[in-house]
Write a protein that binds this ligand. Structure first.
Ligand SMILES: [Zn+2]
Length: 82
């Protein structure tokens, strides 16, 4: 992955961004706000394939974005500003 499509700035080099972590898929068996927060902070799925991640555009708009990325092929599947 050499370019990240920032929703605010367009396609920019990866070096301008900082990785903010994976947004893990939380199993349905995890219920309650506290339990879900623990899963979000302490666990990651570290998948080999489609993954959802948070990135911070440090060298551009200085905003967070959510990136869908295939970690196996290192290709971007989509990005949005939420
Ligand atoms: Zn940006």
């Amino acid at each position: 992955m050499h370019l990240i499509p920032c929703p605010n700035c367009g396609a920019r080099p990866t070096e301008e961004f900082r990785f903010g972590g994976e947004v893990p898929a939380i199993p349905d068996r995890v219920v309650g706000v506290e339990a879900r927060d623990v899963d979000l902070v302490w666990f990651s799925n570290n998948v080999d394939g489609p993954s959802v991640e948070r990135w911070y555009h440090l060298g551009g708009c200085k905003r967070w974005l959510t990136l869908a990325r295939d970690t196996h092929t290192d290709t971007v599947l989509g990005a949005d500003s939420t």
